[in-house]
Design a protein around this ligand. Structure first.
Ligand code: NAD
Length: 359
């Protein structure tokens, strides 16, 4: 595989996702025509943001600046968005200026939302720095903030104009965050690209090595899967729902655990649950369900959950669906790379699938 990969995301406003080492260095060339660029970043990325600002300045951007956000989910609030609007207003940001989201998924979600709303939309380039940001949050155009009532309740579908996934950033990412991000990669393998699973099975240690070509290929393949889906269905009217494989239970676990679990860890348990549900519904071969456990286990991801939480999990799943005006629906597999939907499943199957993931 070549050092740098370019993945086209189709749709009304197509854009490229560039994956490779050192690709953040492409940012100044992308934004060379802008007069002002605001690089939104969390505190741990302050050094990287300062470097980008100086490179933008050297490339002729008149007034590049960094805007530091609170770390993690602390960035995804109406107050922080309002603070960014104030800052852009103070700087007289125009439609020909641009926002950059430099950070994990929380940062890119907030940066995308600020860009979507300022002057009804200015250009945003996403530079994700976590594995989850690269393979999921920064690609696909979902942006948003949280409210007191729940996560991601306010937002916009607003695709970026470019995404730069610079693998060098992964070197400083805590190992637990890297491993957690791999759950979305495994999901991509099961719903669309089984080569991902072969790669992990043949070299699980390389998969968790941020400098390995194997991880670069896994990231590229996972982004390709997401790009193929969101390029065709930006607003989740059809195929995009398949990306929710494992997520119905995962969102409930995150809620029940009061968001102290990493997203990918919850998705990992959710994938095993969805596979078992597929088996119980007579749609999936038990061997493929066993493969879920073994691939996720090879990476050190959790495949089981505590035994005493079923009523709360069911309630959380129902509330989540009710808020979307829908019946309980699960994405299940009819085989490797054959995702489909199971609507309103027999409650006994749900309970039985939960029994299969108990620790
Ligand atoms: P995050 O953005 O909170 O980042 C996790 C931590 O890692 C933060 O402390 C961050 O500062 C730090 N960090 C970031 N890059 C680093 C690096 N290179 N080295 C060291 N530390 C670094 O978390 P996340 O897991 O990246 O993203 C989670 C968020 O993404 C959630 O808000 C979730 O809702 C959102 N998300 C959005 C989508 C979407 O489609 N928009 C999809 C999935 C998740």
């Amino acid at each position: 595989m070549s050092a740098t990969a370019r993945i086209r995301v189709g749709g009304a406003a197509p854009y490229d996702v560039v994956v490779g080492t050192g690709v953040a260095g492409e940012l100044p060339a992308l934004l060379a025509g802008a007069r002002q660029v605001a690089v939104l970043h969390p505190p741990p990325l302050a050094g990287a943001a300062a470097l980008l600002v100086s490179q933008l300045s050297a490339a002729g951007v008149e007034r590049p600046c960094g805007i530091e956000l609170p770390d993690g989910e602390g960035a995804k609030t109406a107050e922080v968005a309002a603070r960014c609007w104030t800052e852009l207003g103070r700087r007289e940001f125009t439609r020909s200026d641009a926002v950059v989201g430099l950070g994990g998924g929380a940062t890119t979600d907030l940066a995308g939302f600020v860009a979507a709303t300022w002057l009804r939309g200015v250009r945003v380039v996403q530079v994700p720095t976590t594995l989850l940001g690269m393979v999921d949050a920064a690609v696909g155009g979902k942006t948003g903030i949280n409210t007191a009532q729940g996560k991601n309740l306010v937002g916009a579908f607003y695709p970026p104009t470019d995404v730069l996934c610079d693998l060098d950033f992964l070197a400083t990412l805590p190992r637990a965050d890297l491993v957690s991000g791999l759950a979305e990669v495994v999901k991509a393998g099961f719903i669309a690209d089984p080569t991902v699973l072969d790669l992990i099975e043949s070299s699980p240690l390389a998969a968790v090595d941020p400098a390995s070509p194997a991880l670069a290929e896994l990231v590229t393949r996972a982004i390709q899967v997401k790009a193929d889906v969101v390029g065709e269905d930006l607003t989740e009217q059809g195929r995009r729902e398949h990306l929710n494989y494992g997520h119905t239970l995962a969102h409930a676990i995150e809620k029940v655990e009061r968001y102290t679990w990493r997203h990918g860890d919850a998705v990992s348990v959710g994938l095993v649950f969805a596979a078992e549900l597929g088996v119980l519904a007579g749609r999936l071969d038990p061997g493929v369900a066993r493969r879920h456990r073994s691939v996720l286990g090879l990476l050190g991801l959790p495949t089981s959950y505590r035994p005493d939480r079923w009523p709360e999990l069911v309630e959380a799943m129902r509330v989540d669906k009710k808020s979307r005006g829908a019946a309980l629906r699960f994405v299940v597999l009819d085989g490797l790379a054959r995702p489909g939907v199971l609507a309103d499943p027999d409650p006994a199957w749900l309970r039985a699938a939960y029994e299969k993931v108990l620790s």
